[in-house]
Design a protein around this ligand. Sequence first.
Ligand SMILES: Cn1ncc2ncnc(NCCc3cnc(NC(=O)Nc4cccc(C(F)(F)F)c4)s3)c21
Length: 275
Amino acid sequence: EPKPKPKQWHLGLFEIGKPLGKGKFGRVYLARERATGFVCALKVLHKSELAAGKVEKQVRREIEIQSNLAHPGLLRLYGHFHDSKRIFLILEFAGKGELYKHLRKAQRFSEPVAAQYIAQMASALKYLHKKHVIHRDIKPENILVGIHGEIKISDFGWSVHAPNNRRNTMCGTLDYLPPEMIKPSREDSFYSEKVDLWSLGVLTYEFLCGEAPFEDSMVMTQRRIARCEMTVPSFVSSEARDLIKRLLVLDPEKRLTLEEVEVHPWILRHCAKKE
Ligand SMILES: Cn1ncc2ncnc(NCCc3cnc(NC(=O)Nc4cccc(C(F)(F)F)c4)s3)c21
C-alpha cells in the first residue's frame, strides 16, 4: 500500500536538550517532540561543512539507506529536515551512549560481555547484509548502547549497497579497514559484505584486548593489515582466539559467515539462547 506521506518535520516541533556528543561534522542533542513527548537525538549538520568535506551525497545516501532499515541492533533514523544552513537528522536516542566510552572505562570487556556484544553485532549485520547494505565503518566509535545495555550500530555515513568498488577517500582510522579496502588488488576490484566480517574480527580483538590488533603508525598499520600480522595476547581464551583468527583472514571469501559466527563455540558458550 502507498507509503504514508512523511510528516513535514521542522525545528520548532522539538525542544532541544543537553548535548550528547560532537562528531567531525556537527553536534548531537537530546531532543523531545513537543506534541508527543517522544524523546530522540537530533544531529545538526552544517551544509557548509558538508560541502567543504565533499560529503553531501554520502549524507543523502545515508538517509536513503537508513529510511529502509528497522532492526533493534541498528540505530534508527526516523527522518530529516533542513533549513537554509543546516541539515537535521532525527535519530533514535541510545540511552547508554557511546560504547567506546564504556570500553575505555573498563579497559577491556570480559569474555561473556564481549561475546554477547559480538552475537548482537552478528544479528544486526545479518539483517543489514540481507538488505545488501555494507556498513564499512564498524568500530567502537560507531556503536551506541541502548537503555537495556543492547548495542546499536550507528552512523551509516560510509554505508553503501553491495557489491561496490567505490573507492572513496576513506578518512579517519585505518585500524578497522580490511586489506581489500586498503590496497585493492586491481583497479576495478569489488569488495563485498565480507568487509564487515573483517571489522567484526577487529572489534572482537579490541573488546578483549582493549586496543586494535593492527594499531601502529599509519604506514605500519597498512602493512600489518595487508599481511594480517597480529598477535593475540595469551590471556585471550583459545576459543576467542579461534574466532578472531577465522575473521581476520586476508582472503574475504575465507572469512567466517555471520551464520558461522552465531554458532561459533565461543559465542554459544557465552550466549546460550534461553530455550
Ligand atoms: C552520542 N550519543 N549518545 C546517545 C546517542 N543517541 C543517538 N545518537 C547519538 N549520536 C549520533 C549517532 C549518529 C547516528 N547517525 C549518524 N549519522 C551521521 O553522523 N552521518 C553523517 C554526518 C556527517 C557526514 C557524514 C558523511 F557523509 F561524511 F559520512 C555522515 S551520527 C548518541
